[in-house]
Design a protein around this ligand. Structure first.
Ligand code: PLP
Length: 395
């Protein structure tokens, strides 16, 4: 399987071992527990000496098939899954960090992750250092002082900033830090952080992996030792993925390569189009040569992703007129679905932050986040064009 290409793996990885009754599709196993006639076999499975299932909070065959697919796509030794992406992030950090520990990260992480850094970890007496996103020297300096975890996300939400994973993984290794990368925006089709030196890669499967905005989930991939410890925390604390969600995510992932290729293509075309629009102030997309992270993105990504953002003249007043005019876009908080999704950053990725916090992160109140879907590009650009043309001239 590992010799196969990503499109083939998206379809076949993790499927065969979980088929039953000659079915060609993985079943949704809704059973909470698993029965045994043989007391010794039950015991062997319970203590982990023999493969099998005991109780749904620990493992489930449908969930395992999902895990196998993402593990394969990230070329990881081990994987575990979660009820949501945030559960994956919080359970991982809870497993690794204790009072007195230090974590280094960036200012532009996902809003929920940023809340863990600014609200919850300090209460647990974990020292959190957040550097300007993209300032590699500042990150290296802070990492050199020593840290238990170096936590990265690239590209970031919503201004799609890029961090050099290979360079930062080297810095982390030197001080014995566990290097974590949230790979939600890139997906394994565009970027494999483990191959670049990271220890753990985290996904919100809710976004591009599932791709249909109908199921929540998260995953963590990495070495056996690390993942086993995180799995153990999750099996006890209970943020388990639901089998139905696992089925939906598994089905969505079969088209991952097709979707991401199309979303990469659409996002680049839209970014280029937006550059030509008068009312657009700034366009943020790592596929644009003028983007500050372009060279690093080119080095570590196979495609630049489906996410971009842009700011408009007139701020929120323009946004209020513009967004409701779009015909082929959901105005919603999620991203990474087959449909195009738009929203102001202040209402979506960074709704947890105050206006002051957003300003400090370089997020203008009128910034629009755009998650390119898989629609025909002519229709998406035509739609944006008519919405821009409908703006009142006084704005
Ligand atoms: C959405 C998102 C998360 C959180 O995932 P949920 O499934 O909503 O909990 C984490 N990181 C990134 C980059 C995200 O976009």
């Amino acid at each position: 399987m590992r010799d196969s290409k990503m499109g083939t793996r998206s379809i076949w990885a993790g499927e065969r071992d979980y088929l039953a009754f000659g079915a060609t599709q993985v079943p949704v196993v809704h059973s909470v527990s698993y029965g045994y006639e043989d007391m010794d076999e039950w015991y062997e499975v319970a203590i982990g000496n023999k493969k099998g299932h005991i109780y749904g909070r620990n493992t489930n065959p449908t969930v395992e098939a999902f895990e196998e697919k993402i593990r394969n796509l990230e070329d990881a030794d081990a994987v575990t899954s979660f009820s949501t992406g945030m559960a994956a992030i919080s359970n991982t950090l809870d497993t690794l960090l204790f009072p007195g520990d230090r974590i280094v990260s960036i200012k532009d992480t996902y809003g929920g992750t940023n809340k863990i850094f600014t609200e919850f970890l300090p209460k647990k007496k974990v020292e959190v250092v957040l550097c300007d996103t993209g300032d590699h020297e500042a990150l290296e300096k802070e990492v050199e002082k020593g840290c238990k975890v170096l936590y990265l996300e690239t590209p970031t939400n919503p201004t799609v900033k890029i961090t050099d994973i290979e360079r930062m993984a080297k810095a982390g290794k030197k001080v014995g830090a566990t290097v974590i990368v949230d790979n939600t925006f890139a997906t394994p089709i565009n970027q494999n952080p483990l191959a670049l030196g990271a220890d753990l890669v985290i996904h919100s499967a809710t976004k591009f992996l599932g791709g249909h905005a109908d199921a929540l989930g998260g995953a963590v991939c990495g070495s056996k030792d690390l993942v086993e410890a995180i799995y153990h925390y999750r099996e006890i604390n209970g943020a388990t993925m639901d089998p139905m969600a696992a089925y939906l995510l598994l089905r969505g992932m079969k088209t991952l390569k097709l979707r991401i290729d199309k979303q990469n293509e659409n996002a680049l075309a839209i970014a280029k189009y937006l550059k030509t629009v008068d009312v657009v102030e700034d366009v943020f997309y790592p596929g644009l040569e003028e983007h500050i992270g372009h060279d690093i993105a080119k080095k570590q990504m196979r495609g630049f992703g489906g996410m971009l953002s842009f700011s408009v003249k007139g701020g929120m007043d323009t946004v209020r007129h513009f967004l409701p005019k779009l015909q082929f876009a959901n105005r919603a908080a999620n991203l990474g679905a087959v449909e195009t999704i738009v929203g102001p950053a202040r209402t979506t990725s960074h709704v947890e932050c105050t206006p002051e916090e957003r300003a400090a992160m370089g997020i203008p109140e009128g910034l629009i986040r755009y998650s390119a879907g898989i629609e025909d590009i002519e229709d998406l650009i035509g739609d944006l064009d008519q919405a821009f043309q409908s703006l009142p001239s006084k704005l």
